[in-house]
Design a protein around this ligand. Sequence first.
Ligand SMILES: NCC(=O)N[C@@H](Cc1c[nH]cn1)C(=O)O
Ligand SMILES: [Zn+2]
Ligand SMILES: [Zn+2]
Length: 515
Amino acid sequence: MSWQQHKARGERHTHTSSRDKMNVPVLPSILLLISTAHAFQYTELAQHIDSHQEEYVEALRDWIAIESDSSNVLKRAELHRMMDMTAQKLRPMGGTVELVDIGEQELPDGQTLALPKVVTAQFGNDSNKLTVCVYGHVDVQPAKLEDGWATDPYNLTDINGNLYGRGASDNKAPVLAWIHAVEAYQALNMELPVNVKFVIEGMEETGSNGLDAMIVAQRDTFFSDVDYIIISDCGWLSRRPALTYGTRGNCYFFAEVEGPKQDLHSGVYGGSVIEPMTDLIGILDTLISPSGTILIPGIREAVAPLSDDEWKMYQDIQFDIENHKNKTGVNQLMYNNKVDLLAHMWRYPTVSIHGIEGAFSDPGTKTVIPAKVTAKFSIRQVPNMDPAMVKKQVTDYLHSVFAKRKSPNKLKVTMVIGAKPWLADPQHALYEAGKAAVNRVFNTDPDLIREGGTIPIARTFQDVTRKSIIMMPIGGFDDGMHSQNEKISRYNYIEGTKLFVSFLYEVSQLKKTSV
Ligand SMILES: NCC(=O)N[C@@H](Cc1c[nH]cn1)C(=O)O
Ligand SMILES: [Zn+2]
Ligand SMILES: [Zn+2]
């Protein structure tokens, strides 16, 4: 569907503000209308958002231009600049905005590097209102034009209503949409229906280093009055809007094999030395079978069994296998039925091998034996896996298969990220509020989905604050997060902003105790 078609659809819905007409489910009795003094003026807010969309796109352009890659230590200055820009965007809005120092990061070589500060903000401090905390991140995955991008990843490019750029969908546009949602209320002199707090970080893509400690430290201060946490750092499953109630965790490993004291000529030395790369490929090949079975002892046994209810839920979800094939560009998937595919993307673990540092990967035919190679692989975590246990299982297993090779080379296995999975109760009233907001803007019920990716901090929010979390994505199913040509459509960006203004109102209708 083109942007114009989407826009026409969106505008029609914009002017349909009566929930009665929209087949909105009756809310459970724990919900209570706590104020009718300020009727929700959705139409005005939606019109304001429509008429400011070019400004919103320009704001995204400014943010996309910052190469805030948290995985590249050489880009750290850009990341600091990104956090400053985020604070600058929030400051004119009059709330309390802070840049919180979360200390330093230790690099694998032992050096230390300042972590990007975390931006916190607060708008409204009315104890009669509920308080929501919106979490997002403004760091990005690496991107280079030569990776195969059609446009410069750091120059926002609008093609047919799609806004291309690294971080467009993950997670810069959603963070801006939340800020613009609050701004819209302010611009129209409408009272915010709830107090709104923000926590915006710059290390999400590398495991949210330092943020857990900040949340623990501020549990009884910044987070003490927070009722609900909202995260919009994921995507829809199809063209239909979605609410997300689960994410996988991730254990990220480095496996280093070191042999000769330096790289060697493969003609001169090949045949006389046992090559680190051969050892490394050999042990990597023992992690997962070609049909996707994880071979590390103990991993599969820990996984919570699929219940009948879950099976039924997956069965009812709208998911087009052919579309998924087209989107990924493969001609055969690991499974050929919907439930198996969804279950293996959302609620079973998987091993992915991401790359090998030290390997020759440039164009050309260099004939070298690399002296030291480091594989990067990760295992997505699901209930009831435990990252500490997975670290031991993987380390013990790789050392045992390496030992069988009787190689003189040295193996070192390190787990650099250990993020737990997160799961919410989609029956919670917060999700009813989410459904009502989706219905108001998109005139349809959302899909209730899980997400195969990881929001490393989600589980910490849940465990430390004990508050309910909702994930409310606005990214499209085909946004290409982490991939070449990442984009967000104008439609999702602008209608997503309307979704957020609408959700703030729907949350305000929840009773203060229904956390
Ligand atoms: N939008 C969420 C996201 O992309 N998260 C990353 C976080 C991560 C996990 N391990 C390393 N980084 C993801 O890959 O899921
Ligand atoms: Zn993200
Ligand atoms: Zn990401």
